[in-house]
Design a protein around this ligand. Structure first.
Ligand code: ATR
Length: 286
């Protein structure tokens, strides 16, 4: 990679940041598109986040991604928010438009893109169950509602957190019904009617842990399971779902899709198809 006097800089703010696959994925896409730019990981501590964001403007960075623990903290620090990001309450991408910093969240729209591409699932009019009630769940719930899901259930091991999330979403999102559930082994009984699609937004599976197999009976025959978790091997949930004859995919496609949406926001063009995904497959996850 040759840097010139005109090389544009994009990057990632995180703490930690060294484990991230975004630099290798984004730089591969930048090179494939022959753009004079570079994507740099920046280790930014929470105390330094406001100065780092101001630095986007002062150093003329084209934009950044934000990862743990900055997605919520960066939200009030930008000049303008994309409408979906405003409802989600967190941002994973900033674009610098002539010194004006615009915050976006491409996680939820990346998820919907991955559902279409990997599982051929269009969520419009569908019943979807989300496992978890954290930031990843919130981004997913907003994107699913925007994409026309008719019903979204949120099941969490701490019921109160699911209740609070739903109360929040119900006032901001129209057209989708929400319901909360305690996530334990009795979830399929409590749910009553099975769902077309179940999405794991918790970190369960990242280190090979599995849910109780009973969770799969929440999904209708012919339905699908998406695991936001991605690991080099098939995640336990994806393995269990495929064994139960359900269509299933892991989070690799979402990681690539949220990255390509950010790329398009910075560079005004889509990355070449498949470059990000293939790079992720080659480099795996830690
Ligand atoms: P993120 O912002 O990435 O979504 P988070 O806010 O820490 O991360 O949320 C993690 C989610 O995974 C939560 O819904 C958490 O459940 P609690 O709210 O009850 O803590 C869920 N989670 C984590 N470990 C879990 C486990 N072993 N079983 C079930 N849910 C789990």
């Amino acid at each position: 990679m040759l840097l010139s006097g005109q090389t544009q800089v994009v990057g990632l703010f995180g703490d930690p940041v060294a484990h991230s696959l975004s630099p290798v994925m984004q730089n591969a896409a930048i090179q494939a598109a022959a753009i004079d730019a570079v994507y740099v990981p920046f280790h930014v501590t929470p105390a330094n986040l406001p100065a780092a964001i101001e630095g986007i403007r002062s150093l003329g960075l084209l934009g950044v991604n934000l990862t743990i623990p900055h997605k919520e903290a960066a939200f009030p620090l930008v000049d303008e928010l994309d409408p979906a990001a405003r409802v989600i309450g967190s941002i994973n991408t900033i674009a610098n438009r002539q010194g004006r910093l615009i915050g976006y969240n491409t996680d939820g729209s990346g998820l919907c893109q991955a559902l279409r591409g990997e599982l051929d699932v269009d969520v419009s009019g569908r019943r979807v169950l989300l496992l978890g009630a954290g930031g990843a769940c919130r981004a997913a719930a907003v994107a699913l509602a925007e994409a026309g899901a008719c019903w979204v259930g949120i099941a969490n091991r701490t019921l109160d957190r699911a209740d609070r999330l739903i109360a929040d979403l119900a006032s901001a999102v129209q057209g989708t019904r929400f319901a909360s559930f305690l996530f334990d082994e009795q979830l399929p009984d409590r749910l009553g009617q099975s769902v077309d699609l179940m999405i794991n937004t918790t970190s369960v599976g990242l280190h090979g842990e599995a849910f109780a197999a009973s969770v799969l009976s929440c999904v209708s025959p012919g339905g699908a399971v998406y695991d936001v978790v991605y690991s080099r091997q098939e995640t336990p949930l994806v393995r269990q779902a495929r064994a139960a004859k359900l269509a299933a995919a892991d989070g690799l496609s979402m990681l690539a899709a949220q990255g390509s949406l950010a790329f398009a926001l910075w560079f005004g063009q889509d990355p070449l198809p498949e470059v990000m995904r293939q790079t992720l497959q080659q480099h795996g996850s830690e």
